[in-house]
Design a protein around this ligand. Structure first.
Ligand code: ARG
Length: 270
């Protein structure tokens, strides 16, 4: 794409964000009768969360040490994340931060990345296959998330309450959270998600959120876990804005990638 049209696109999305910033508080206000979206600081519409409940939740930092995505521990040597996160920063600069609820502290462990696996066929989040596995140097001494059975459909039945975790923006266009946050979001049926997003692919994606919006993942949450209990069913991938009515979050459908993730979780390159 030419630099000029890119700039135009950026300007256009900036304008969209500005519009969204005006629209979203109205949406959130309208949804506040729902206890799940009560007027608290958010992931969007969520609450502060604890690593003692979700020790597998980790985040990724760039060369400047800034958090840019989430990820999830799947073994003592590997984390799963979104492919678009794995591609965003050079491997030599990327770090996995585990055991640190509050970004402003130096708790937990900071591990470098020795290997990046990206799903075959990945090009863009909206095309699916938005999953990657990072192998770390050293050990992740934290309880990993469980993986669903390969091809498992039961974990994805519409209405199942799932938990999304992350350190991302607390409002559309807003600031990122210093603390780990979580929100409860119901799994959306494939047919509903297809009408919300024309590019929805039920083989590689799953949607979660409320039809009226107000509760969602947001920028910076990408790559982080969507769990039912301790089972990883989704990885934060994309969405139209955050918490907008009729625009649930779209997640990578983990059950479609279990064999690949497991193979990567075992392998180790020294
Ligand atoms: N792509 C975003 C990221 O890189 C995640 C967006 C999720 N959006 C949503 N509305 N659920 O952090």
């Amino acid at each position: 794409m030419a630099v000029k049209s890119r700039r135009t696109l950026l300007l256009a999305s900036g304008a969209l964000l500005a519009v969204a910033a005006v629209v979203v508080p109205v949406v959130a206000g309208a949804a506040s009768a729902d206890p799940a979206s009560a007027n608290q600081p958010r992931i969007v519409g969520g609450d502060k969360a604890s690593l003692s409940d979700h020790p597998y939740a980790v985040y990724l930092t760039d060369g400047g040490g800034n958090q840019f995505c989430g990820a999830v521990i799947v073994s003592s040597t590997a984390v799963a994340t979104a492919a678009h996160c794995a591609k965003a920063v050079a491997k030599q600069e990327m770090h996995v931060v585990a055991g640190r609820e509050d970004k402003r502290t130096d708790e937990g462990d900071v591990l470098s990345v020795s290997k990046i696996w990206i799903s075959k066929g990945y090009s863009d989040p909206t095309q699916g296959d938005d999953v990657a596995v990072l192998t770390v140097r050293g050990q992740l001494d934290y309880r990993p998330a469980k993986l669903p059975d390969s091809g498992d459909a039961a974990a994805y039945s519409a209405g199942t309450q799932a938990t999304v975790l992350g350190w991302g923006r607390v409002a559309d266009g807003g600031a990122r959270s210093d603390y780990l946050r979580s929100a409860q979001v119901p799994v959306v049926s494939d047919s509903d998600c297809r009408s919300d997003y024309s590019m929805y692919d039920q083989k590689t994606m799953v949607c979660a959120g409320y039809e009226k919006g107000g509760v969602d993942a947001c920028q910076g949450d990408s790559g982080g876990p969507l769990v039912v209990g301790d089972t990883l069913i989704g990885i934060v991938s994309f969405g139209d804005g955050c918490g907008k009515a009729g625009k649930p979050g779209v997640y990578t459908r983990v059950s479609a990638y279990v064999d690949d993730i497991q193979a990567q979780a075992k392998s180790r390159i020294f």
